[in-house]
Design a protein around this ligand. Structure first.
Ligand SMILES: Cc1cc2nc3c(=O)[nH]c(=O)nc-3n(C[C@H](O)[C@H](O)[C@H](O)COP(=O)(O)OP(=O)(O)OC[C@H]3O[C@@H](n4cnc5c(N)ncnc54)[C@H](O)[C@@H]3O)c2cc1C
Ligand code: SF4
Length: 519
């Protein structure tokens, strides 16, 4: 049953074998597998349970509904916007459906440099297979590649750059193009329409508007999750208290370490909240002569991997991805005021975007902030990462021009650079990427509760269990030992599946002969 606590009113007091915190790519999978495996499961999700009827395709309504801090979450210095979901289904409700497995060289690094010999492709295969089947992962068909992605592909191919049309998790997509605002047609196979209903059908009790704020562990290992019933902006109403033998923390790579630090748990290594990678991205806007309506159709289907070679160097590189914005999001990312900004936005239908997403070595950290809704995020680019992002601007402009753009704008907040075919692109590398001078975004915060075999340097073991607290698991993007260097939803889901199978094997139901007593 999915209960919207805000509508039901009152407090929540419950008991279960397992309490799962969060319903995104990690939490929904863990909840469904554990419930299907016969465990009594209570799921706490701070966000609301919105469904396709609520996805109005309007930015002013959907950004506050679906995103943390209404899409305005930022690093403490304001330099990087960090986009994360805040609703039943988590960030999968507004993500863009690229569906990649963990790159083999990254798994090798995790095995060899993070003492995780168990993480072989063969060991993960059953989890990947299950997840891909449930999310209906498939190759994007040629007919589904929209004008924006065709233009980017033409540009890349004419320059001889490596790229390909990816796999995705959509079924019955009509190409409306509103993926980032939630799919009104339930075509996107997000957790909202796949694993959450699966968990519900298997008997999990799912509570929306329930924010976990502290986890306590008593002398016998029994856990209590304490929190609040919260409104759409995180304002508190009633209280939440769930008692469980096992807790699966899957609140995402910002909230999960925040919760562990607030609870003073699982941090003997001193690593909780540290090692944050963001996959930071920068973009340029190109303009073509005729309307291309880049926002229609599947927003991202082509993927340029020319500038990343994980086999050769698994620690660096960047990928290029097409990007189409909506009017308000686009306007907020482009510089200028008044007449100048109007001129930029007047050509919205002729706009094509391409972003570089960095496989970053820079490490930030998450710490509790002023309130549980607003953890503090610190992050600064290393010189080498800054250099790579600066270089990427040149390649983005090259591809846009080769694809047919007649004008490219580098959206520096002050003195944006406007380029035309034949201009010297090295001005972009020379101006470069510096925090506070150009929009930087992150849609993939990760690695803040790292997995590793050595408890002195890692928070969780190879199955996501906290080294210091038996029965407390982390099953979200925070467990990645390094930056992933690829879209992360499938890796997150597959590791969560593996964690759930481990819990089923390791934590037999207490009093298995009796029916569980629910309150
Ligand atoms: C705009 C965008 C586009 C993306 N596109 C892609 C893509 O194309 N392909 C891809 O692979 N990945 C993509 N991603 C990333 C992908 O969606 C994430 O990797 C994935 O959803 C992360 O899963 P998670 O479980 O770690 O966290 P989330 O999915 O973010 O879920 C965390 C959940 O926990 C809840 N929560 C947080 N704190 C609490 C608390 N205290 N109590 C209770 N609940 C709490 C949140 O509300 C949220 O629902 C994209 C992300 C964004 C933002
Ligand atoms: S493009 Fe497809 S998946 Fe995305 S919002 Fe439109 S119908 Fe849904």
């Amino acid at each position: 049953m999915i209960t919207k606590l805000l509508e039901r009113g009152g407090d929540l007091v419950a008991r279960a074998d397992v309490c799962v915190i969060g319903t995104g790519a990690g939490g929904a999978v863990a909840a469904a597998e554990l419930a299907a495996g016969g465990r009594s499961v209570v799921v706490l999700e701070q966000g609301h349970h919105w469904t396709k009827q609520d996805f109005t395709q309007r930015e002013d309504e959907m950004l506050p509904r679906l995103f943390e801090e209404a899409g305005m979450r930022q690093t403490a210095d304001g330099a990087v916007t960090v986009l994360q979901g805040r609703n039943v289904g988590g960030s999968t409700v507004h993500n863009l459906c690229y569906a990649f497995r963990t790159p083999a060289p990254i798994l090798r690094v995790w095995r060899e440099e993070h003492a995780l010999p168990e993480l072989t492709e063969a060991a993960l295969e059953p989890s990947f297979r299950r997840v891909e089947q449930n999310l209906k992962v498939k190759q994007i068909r040629e007919a589904e590649v929209n004008g924006l992605n065709r233009l980017i592909r033409a540009g890349a191919q004419s320059l001889g750059y490596s790229g390909f049309v990816t796999r995705h998790n959509r079924e019955g997509c009509i190409g409306a193009g509103y993926c980032i605002l939630g799919c009104s047609y339930d075509a996107k196979q997000s957790m909202l329409v796949t694993y959450v209903p699966k968990a519900d059908a298997a008997g999990a009790r799912i509570y929306a508007n329930a924010r976990a704020e502290r986890i306590e562990v008593d002398g016998s290992g029994r856990k209590r999750v304490l929190g609040r019933v919260v409104g759409h902006a995180g304002e508190p109403y009633g209280s939440v208290e769930v008692e469980a033998q096992v807790v699966v923390l899957a609140a995402g790579a910002v909230a999960s370490p925040d919760l562990l630090l607030r609870s003073r748990l699982a941090n003997l290594s001193g690593r909780v909240g540290r090692g944050l990678h963001l996959h930071p991205s920068v973009m340029l806007a190109g303009y073509v002569d005729e309307p291309i309506h880049a926002y229609r159709g599947i927003p991202q289907s082509y993927y340029i991997d020319e500038f990343i070679d994980l086999e050769r160097d698994p620690h660096r590189g960047y990928v290029l991805m097409p990007i189409a914005g909506f009017p308000v999001l686009t306007a907020s990312q482009l510089p200028g005021f008044g007449r100048e900004h109007f001129r930029t936005m007047r050509d919205f239908s002729k706009m094509v975007g391409l972003l570089a997403l960095l496989h970053d070595r820079s490490e930030g950290c998450v710490r509790p902030g002023d309130s549980p809704s607003k953890p503090r995020i610190d992050y600064a680019l290393t010189e080498e990462d800054r250099r790579q992002l600066s270089e990427s601007l040149v390649h983005i402009a090259e591809v846009l021009f080769a694809g047919g753009a007649s004008r490219v704008v580098a959206p520096y907040w002050t003195d944006p650079i406007e380029l035309h075919p034949g201009d010297d692109l090295s001005v972009l590398a020379a101006r470069g990427v510096r925090e506070g001078e150009i929009a930087i975004a992150s849609t993939h915060p990760q690695s803040t509760c790292r997995m590793g075999g050595d408890r002195r340097h890692a928070v969780v073991d190879a199955f996501g269990e906290c080294h210091d607290v038996p029965g407390l698991y982390v099953a979200d993007m925070s467990v990645f030992p390094t930056s992933l260097g690829a879209p992360p939803q499938i890796t997150t889901a597959a590791l969560a599946d593996r964690t759930a199978q481990r819990i089923l094997a390791r934590w037999p139901r207490p009093n298995a002969a009796r029916k569980p007593a629910f309150s």
